[in-house]
Ligand binder design. Sequence first.
Ligand code: ACO
Length: 402
Amino acid sequence: VVDIGKLYAQADVFTFDPGFTSTAACESTITYIDGDKGELLHRGYPIEQLAEHSHYLEVCYLLLYGELPTAAQLKDFEARVTKHTMVHEQMHNFFRGFRRDSHPMATMVGVVGAMSAFYHDSLDINDPWHREVASIRMIAKLPTIAAMAYKYSIGQPFVYPKNALSYAGNFLHMCFAVPTEDYVVNPVLEKAMDRIMMLHADHEQNASTSTVRLAGSSGANPFACIAAGIACLWGPAHGGANQACLEMLKEIGTVDRIPEYVAKAKDKNSGFRLMGFGHRVYKNFDPRATVMKQSADEVLGLLGIENNPLLQVAKELERIALSDDYFISKKLYPNVDFYSGIILEAMGFPTSMFTPIFAISRTVGWISQWKEMIGEKNQKIGRPRQLYVGAAKRDYVDTRHR
Ligand code: ACO
């Protein structure tokens, strides 16, 4: 590996790489992807093994600290996260400033950014204790904030966290419990939610993670950096794809309409893409999609809705797209978002909550990457160059002569 940046800076030249298709902007020990093989490893552990044997908070520990925890370390970590699940009571007022019909992602960008106003005792990025507390606070509070954004949007009272529950179970509780009835978390849904969270926990230098790193490279506080990551995640080419994908499946509606949509996706002039297909790095099956597909089968089966029409459309769309020359030649395979929406909808979430759930899950990845960057010896501010293609130097002309 050559540090091209240094060499080119000395020679006063730079590379032009729109979309960063061939530029590594950092070194990292957190996540490895082999896009050709369809392999994803966190700290060396294959995602399939983690999905089968681990759970979300253990994966959080692995991403943050580099090793799987001992039983005592895990217990301590879980206790630390649990301790921070409540948000400052004053934040309730902050939520109330938003329109009820705001998208929960819009609310989250604002509220997470505002955490730097509520938790300014953990803003000093040069203090390891501050970094640690800010990290734990965000992992613990993001589900509470997302659930509050949801409850606010449907006009129901906020539900306080219940710390006896698991991380995923608590999130379901905060979203679906109402004061007038007892709510018992369905263990099938709890496991599925935990798995969705695990599969989204980190994915090296995707757009939102790079955004977090870039924001953090200036020394911005961690809450501001994660808010920037959430804003970037919202785009339909990134985290917003799970919402867009389910909406597309609903629009297709029945299996017989699939060829029409496949034809539209192949037509460059249509501006339409099959949401949930394609990936910048994976040129093979996204391994997370494989696990998610199994999960969708399991959850829908256990809920007794395996004949869900959306799942049928999804499976047939996958079959047709994977046997089509256009998709084969461009190596467009289903990505993680292709199946996650079906599970989330079966759980009772509206599509607008899909991306907030992605944001909760990815927070640990963003934080791990941010911490890794802050810990670098010669950490530099991220400052891409540009290829200027505008007007040549010219003289100002007064309005009377324009
Ligand atoms: N449907 C139809 N054609 C597609 C699709 C798609 N979903 N994705 C890519 N293509 C085509 C492009 O038109 C392009 O064709 P061309 O070479 O003839 O110009 C070619 O495949 C390469 O596409 P790019 O956009 O250059 O690939 P890039 O790596 O920049 O984009 C991306 C990757 C954004 C994921 C893209 O595949 C896409 O828009 N997919 C749909 C949205 C989606 O599912 N996003 C989720 C990504 S995963 C995640 O964030 C968790």
